[in-house]
Design a protein around this ligand. Structure first.
Ligand code: F6R
Length: 357
């Protein structure tokens, strides 16, 4: 039930800190160490390459997961859109592990890949919010998101839950490989939860930013570099699906190779700047579009902020920034849709789970 909330989407955005804490609880043993199915660990250790298969928002979580698994666990990862993979399978490695990420566990495009890869004899792990779902039953292993039912069509808390579970999985694998790694994901997720709370407490701020940037526009750009690029792709999808504003999530450095032609007087460009080594370059990209008339907004992170930034996120572990930087993006989309009188929870042409290919 929605309770006092006007929409499920807003309720689910607000639930994210609780979901983080629930995940910590579910994936922690009595010695405060990571608790994870030993078979999943074995499957990770046995893989020479991981193939993440997903659609939509879950695909965007997979992009973040690739960074975790490659940087922390040092296993190469490919992330594929399910509907593409199933008709155009790339050359596989010798010992692949398939990870299916799916909130519903019912996405037909992903299932079609699972059927094919099982036929080839490859192991599969499903990361899902619905343990009894098709993708969960048919895979060898399941990790549960513990996000609680997600009712709004636009996915919010499932995305952050997927990222949190992928971080835990990556660190667990790194530990099993005795790799040198320097962070405790459970502790860091607790910090993330408090930061998420501080963000969801500032709804008026994001409502105002949404008004300033999206009230009139027909299109919008979200730009970012490095891991911010992963998040801006999700930001654009959120805005498109519920507000019907045409939006694109773009790599900051790639804009000048063509897409910058679309920037006109007043075009909203929202930049994420939470990554140290690209902080100056993304700001350079913002200047390039501002010089062409764009209405620019920079959301940065404590330690990297500059005067004039629209919003500064509190600091969290650098690998986990997507968990907090996505929250303003979700709220901006929500308020943009609300102000345009869109049906936030049930956008046109969309269904919560896509069970046809
Ligand atoms: C976007 C959204 C969709 C789903 C996609 C995959 O907000 O909800 O893009 O993420 O249809 O669904 P699942 O995760 O259920 O496989």
């Amino acid at each position: 039930e929605k309770g006092t909330y006007p929409h499920f989407m807003l309720k689910e955005i607000d639930e994210q800190p609780f979901v983080m804490r629930k995940i910590i609880q579910e994936y922690q043993d009595e010695n405060d160490e990571i608790k994870l199915d030993a078979n999943v660990r074995k499957a990770m250790l046995g893989a020479d390459r991981i193939y993440i298969i997903a659609a939509g928002t879950s695909y965007h979580a997979g992009l973040v997961g690739k960074e975790f698994i490659e940087k922390i666990a040092q296993i190469p990862v490919e992330v594929h859109v399910a509907s593409e993979f199933s008709y155009n399978m790339p050359l596989l490695s010798e010992k692949p592990l398939f990870i299916f990420i799916s909130q519903s566990g019912e996405t037909a495009d992903s299932r079609s890949v699972l059927v094919q890869t099982k036929e080839l004899g490859h192991p599969a792990l499903t990361i899902t919010n619905v343990p009894g779902s098709t993708l969960s039953r048919e895979a060898d292993y399941t990790l549960h998101l513990h996000a609680g039912p997600e009712i709004a069509v636009a996915s919010t808390k499932a995305y952050t839950a997927q990222i949190a579970v992928l971080a835990i999985l990556a660190v667990d694998t790194a530990k099993a490989k005795s790799l040198d790694f320097s962070f405790d994901p459970l502790q860091e997720l607790a910090i993330v939860a408090s930061v998420m709370e501080s963000l969801t407490d500032q709804k008026e701020t994001f409502e105002q930013i949404a008004k300033d940037f999206f009230a009139e526009t027909r299109n919008a750009f979200f730009i970012g570099r490095s891991s911010d690029y992963n998040v801006v792709q999700e930001a654009a999808l959120k805005l498109k699906e519920i507000s019907y504003i045409q939006a694109e999530g773009f790599a900051g450095g790639e804009l000048k190779h063509g897409t910058i032609a679309l920037i006109e007087e007043g075009t909203p460009v929202i930049a994420l700047a939470t990554v140290g080594n690209v902080n100056l370059s993304i700001r350079g990209n913002v200047q390039e579009v501002a010089a062409r008339g764009a209405n620019t907004c920079i959301i940065s992170m404590e330690g990297l902020e500059q005067e004039g930034d629209t919003f500064v996120l509190p600091h969290v572990h650098e690998l986990l920034t997507p968990l907090v930087s996505v929250v303003p993006m979700q709220l901006l989309s929500y308020y943009a849709a609300l102000h345009r009188d869109c049906d936030v929870d049930k956008p046109r042409n969309l269904a919560k789970s896509v069970t046809v290919e």
